[in-house]
Ligand binder design. Structure first.
Ligand SMILES: [Mn+2]
Length: 312
């Protein structure tokens, strides 16, 4: 039984029944290719979160008052496929409980499971993928559930928009939709990408945020740091607009690879998570009921079928 709460919030705000927000840690690092350690990400993130002040100056809110339930970590690691399946099932379970579901990895392969769950529960889903890497390989090192394949499935089954990309294999060009890809070298010289990307989104948006999208000068503790990344305030500016203009249905944050001598990355991840929650709930009173407005594709089919029968 886990008695620790997210960010040390009071127990009564951390109970599943009352909490509007669910946080699922996935300490998984089965397929990373260079520096190992993303499995330690959730622990470092939670420790940093406990040392963070919980009033958000920008929105003038204390989003933790909406309630945050810290779920048991997903520890399935028999195979990448079994891990993805476990993440998929548990994510879906909490969406069905009408919560705002968030997931902290772990390496990026966990997002195959999170995206699959949200895509089953929300029609016309946009996946906003913020990352240094394209992650569009169909399979890698013998598995379709490798971190290098994180958004291949999303590219086939959702409206995928990629932001911050600065590293890819030439083969991925055959899968990539360059109209919906925002490369870091273009973003650096022209900030019209924010509006352009938002214009391409449907209303339901899931955000998968690989921390290596950030510039290594502000976030060095990640498995594969790439130069030329996003900075803090431009990232927040973009995220805030997305939360204001779209129905963000959930998000995951992945690839924190902690280094005991460098804590600022852990703290940045903690703060990013809290900022995203603050933007999500900035206009919601604590007393408001929360409705995550899920409508699974199965349900939708049944409703249509019912209507057809009704007309006969
Ligand atoms: Mn990446």
């Amino acid at each position: 039984m886990n008695t620790k709460t997210y960010a040390g919030i009071p127990q009564e705000l951390a109970k599943l029944e009352q909490a509007k927000i669910v946080l699922i840690p996935v300490p998984y690092d089965g397929t990373s290719t260079w520096q190992k350690g993303a499995d330690k990400g959730p622990k470092a993130f939670l420790e940093a979160s406990e040392n963070m002040e919980l009033y958000d100056i920008e929105t003038g809110t204390e989003v933790y008052q909406q309630g945050v339930f810290l779920a048991d970590p997903v520890t399935e690691n028999k195979s990448p496929e079994a891990m993805v399946d476990a993440v998929h099932q548990i994510t879906k379970k909490y969406i069905k409980k009408n919560k705002f579901v968030t997931i902290f990895g772990g390496e990026h392969s966990i997002s195959i499971g999170t995206i699959r769950a949200f895509n089953e529960m929300y029609p016309s889903l946009t996946v906003l993928h913020i990352d240094a890497h394209a992650d569009l390989r169909k399979s890698y090192e013998g598995s379709t559930c490798n971190h290098a394949c994180a958004v291949y499935e999303a590219s086939q089954s959702t409206n995928l928009i990629q932001v911050g990309i600065r590293s890819m294999d030439i083969m991925e060009k055959t899968v990539m939709d360059e109209e919906k890809t925002y490369f870091a070298h273009d973003m650096a010289i022209d900030d019209s990408w924010m509006e352009a990307a938002i214009d391409q989104m449907t209303d339901n948006v899931f955000i998968t945020f690989d921390l290596d999208a950030f510039d290594p000068s502000i976030l060095p503790s990640t498995g594969t740091p790439e130069p030329g990344g996003l900075l803090w305030y431009e990232t927040l500016d973009f995220l805030k607009q997305v939360f204001e203009e779209k129905h963000v249905v959930g998000f995951d944050i992945v690839e924190l690879c902690p280094n005991k001598d460098e804590k600022s990355s852990d703290f940045l991840a903690a703060k990013l998570y809290y900022k995203m929650l603050s933007y999500k709930f900035m206009n919601d009173a604590v007393s408001d009921n929360y409705d995550n407005a899920y409508e699974s594709k199965e349900q939708k089919k049944n409703t249509l079928k019912f209507t057809d029968d009704d007309n006969n």
